[in-house]
Design a protein around this ligand. Sequence first.
Ligand code: AMP
Length: 607
Amino acid sequence: MSTFQDLGLNNDLLQAITDLGFIKPSEVQQKAIPILLESETDLVALAQTGTGKTAAFGFPMLEKIDIDSRTTQGLILSPTRELCLQIANEMKAYGKYCKGLNVVAVYGGSSITDQARDIKRGAQIIVATPGRMKDMISRRMVDISKIQYAVLDEADEMLNMGFKEDITDILSHTPEDKNTWLFSATMPREVATIAKKFMHNPQEITVGNKNESTTNVSHEYYLVNARDRYQALKRLSDANPDIFSVIFCRTKRDTQKVAEQLIEDGYSAGALHGDLSQNQRDLVMKSFRNQQIQMLVATDVAARGIDVDDITHVINYQLPDEAETYTHRSGRTGRAGKTGISMVIVSKSEVRKIKSIERIIKRDFVKKEIPDGASICEVQLMSLANKIHNTEINHEIDKHLSSINELFADTDKDELIKKFFSVEFTRFFNYYNKSKNLNIAEGSYDRDGGREGGRDFGGKSSDSTRYFINVGSKDGFDWMKLKDFLKEQLELGRDDVFKVEVKESFSFFNTENDAKEKVLAFFTDFKHEGRFVNVEVSENRGGGGRRNDRRGGGGKRSGGRRDDKKGGFGNRSDRRRSEGSSSKPRRSDSGGDSGGGNFSRPRRSRR
Ligand code: AMP
């Protein structure tokens, strides 16, 4: 096994490596460092984040540049501001004994003149996001005409984010004879094209196989009805009291919605997506890094560059379209030599996607069952027991001990323990008591027809309202078109219209009860293609769609007969009583902390 000394690094770097506590070089470091130190070559390295690739290009760059010169010699391009800052900080830490080293990070959302001033002081290495770099070049704030080393870090992500033209433009301002080192987690065709265009006979190294997921991560999938997705997410969290996770959704809207719902249900969660300001995103990331947030719900774009080492679980609330995106998601866990779990919640229609991801990442998924209520209660109870066992005694309590002893004078140890644990346990027990089995068999009938239109968020169909609408297939609608039409007209989200069932001259659909007023108000005197569209609450609330309505056709609406008899809302406090409700078991409703949370959850999000 080689050591950092064997790799041929100088004493300044070796000293920094000792300070950082790195004991042995990681695989990508073992492969890349000797090549880059020994030869002036281009390099294509396939390596995930978390494999130690920053040091793999950072050490050789620091070793090779002339620190006595103030000329910019190294340029590192990275996809996000987060990553850019992180690389700059790592480079500074690696080079802390390299006297005179100046590494400057250049990224959007921060003063360009300050960054230009820092560069003018003599930055040997610039770490930049492509957009800001291009901007600085066009404003002549930076001179990269003499760089000797260019690194394209997370090249696949940069191309995904549409930086191809910016990168091309930036590289056109650099010398022909520089060395280019390209690092990418995956090797889609676009990255191969870039490598071909800008690099000369690059040496290639691969850590793991191309597009393959890291071996530190195990992959699991959970098969549920689409409408139970959110309940499944909560159970997975409750069954893992020490979870520290990123939950991936496909859209900004779902991301926000899942995060809000989790917070409302007492979890320490936060949302990260592109509709938040940079400041809001920074705050969320800060809380996540400090582990004040246990569940970070994120879109793929916003999560790029999340570089937190201790993430225990990645949860795919919805699967991405591309297997490569899955690789990136799962690469957020299992970092820096640790193990991690990537979980996927799938409905029946998505199972085939699992198979194709398996083929691409060359890893098998294990089909797992969403834990039942009893086992979650047990896990939570034992987690609490362990926590209490390991708790250091706060002797401030001593002075109150005699009063407490007096109160429990007649209580024996067993009873006391039972009472003590019941404070927390009852909450979970009541919540999960009589909870249903969320798992479905692979061949079973998915009540949502396996479609995404199923209820995703919190609860049973009794929380939803079924409507009749007097348009159908003879008006050119199929279930998808009608769903899109309703979503667009009502300005509702992707999952807000569900159980759409189209008949010849009429159809049915569901929304959550909360949307009922809006739906009915909207379709009062609403005309589509010159014809009145009539929407009423259907007496048949289920998915069957049988309605005792014989009109079926067009005609002016009758004035809105609304049969609400079965469409009543569950009363809120009732909704808390069982898992059918959206809420998580709560702490006592009095008292400041109305959040639930796992027994062992260390800190809570701000409400
Ligand atoms: P990276 O893939 O560069 O984002 O690195 C992931 C994490 O691993 C960072 O926190 C590095 O500081 C850390 N790291 C890099 N190389 C080593 C090493 N040889 N031993 C232990 N940790 C490392």
